[in-house]
Write a protein that binds this ligand. Structure first.
Ligand code: SAM
Length: 326
């Protein structure tokens, strides 16, 4: 997983819509004199909001060096005596007591980000008291077919052009096996929005997911589909991150097709999609079927085919996996 830089934390610290929703959720669920665990505290923002919501003690765990700034911010905001910081992964954390609330925002573009879901499952099973609350409670993953000519050109079509007499065509097939983070402004939604899956942090037992999406398409030219999440933080306190939300903090995950699909009206597109955690990263697999009157085509894609592998790099992966015991 890409480490967060100070400027990434700045974007999160400055996102009033996200922070306001978390503040409202913590106000709702932190019991008087309650105990809270903040996984991936970063700048300590959610831990400090938990103090404002009335927590007596907050355990704030962060694996990155940003934790030194979190300590300074807690002192500056007068809550350092209520927050205990741990500089390590939550996966190796031990706590002296169970907590009433576990709060976190350790997602990337999607909640399927490195060991984020493994960390959520582990923390809930080891630290949450019976009847305690997870914030977020549920992330709903939504998807739509999109037109994205600029990023499609940069990501895939660039390999079909020859530059200075050098033809990149053999790379094009691998280039279409990538999932990339895109800004909301990079794409236009062509279809209705449908739910792929819902991650219920209160009951989640597996970090992997699979499911289908189906769209009835109007006429248009599509480059792939995009996924994003809508967060249900607590009860009716929600915030959405997709196109139309006005929020570009997280962006969307763009899944390209090997070639643009020109749809006629009465065309349907169905995708079977899987996210499988392998080691500490996800392999995405998507099988697409396009069907219209007298017309059918399908694509099978996987991010496994989008990572360049040579015999030397494969041997290094196997050596590392043996050391990690994965
Ligand atoms: C997206 S930032 C969020 C920071 C802060 N909670 C906020 O809401 O502004 C996620 C942070 O979580 C940390 N992190 C992710 N998973 C973690 C884990 N299992 N244990 C400790 N830190 C983790 C990352 O290093 C990163 O600093």
């Amino acid at each position: 997983m890409k480490p967060y830089r100070l400027r990434d934390h700045a974007r999160m610290f400055g996102d009033h819509r996200r922070n306001g929703a978390y503040a409202a959720a913590l106000d709702r669920v932190v019991p008087p004199r309650g105990v809270v665990l903040d996984i991936g505290t970063g700048t300590g923002l959610l831990a400090m909001l938990a103090c404002k919501a009335g927590a007596a003690r907050v355990y704030a765990v962060e694996s990155g060096a940003i934790i030194s700034l979190a300590r300074a911010l807690a002192a500056h905001n007068g809550v350092e005596d209520r927050i205990t910081f741990f500089e390590q992964s939550s996966l190796t954390l031990t706590l002296p007591e169970q907590v009433d609330v576990i709060v976190s925002d350790i997602r990337g573009v999607l909640p399927f980000a490195g060991t984020a879901l493994v960390s959520q499952i582990d923390a809930r099973q080891r630290f949450l008291r019976s009847g305690g609350t997870m914030v977020p409670g549920i992330d709903v993953i939504q998807g739509a077919v999109v037109s994205a000519p600029r990023i499609y050109g940069d990501l895939i079509e660039v390999w079909g052009r020859s530059d200075c007499g050098i033809d990149g065509a053999p790379v094009r097939a691998a280039a279409a096996q990538q999932v990339i983070a895109a800004g909301i402004g990079d794409l236009r939604v062509l279809s209705d929005v449908v739910e792929w899956t819902a991650i219920d942090y209160r009951a989640l037992t597996s970090p992997s997911a699979s499911g289908s999406l189906k769209w009835r398409m109007p006429a248009g030219s599509a480059h792939g589909f995009a996924l994003w999440f809508d967060a249900r933080l607590a009860d009716e306190i929600v915030y959405d991150t997709g196109p139309g939300s006005g929020d570009d903090l997280y962006g969307v995950a763009f899944f390209p097709w090997p070639e643009p699909v020109v749809t006629a009206s009465a065309c349907t597109i169905e995708v079977d999609l899987r996210a499988d955690l392998v080691g500490d990263s996800y392999v995405w697999t998507w099988r697409t079927r396009v069907a219209a009157d007298g017309f059918r085509r399908s694509f099978d894609q996987s991010t496994f085919g989008g990572s360049p592998l040579s015999p030397v790099s494969l041997r290094a992966h196997v050596r590392q996996a043996t050391i990690d015991g994965t």
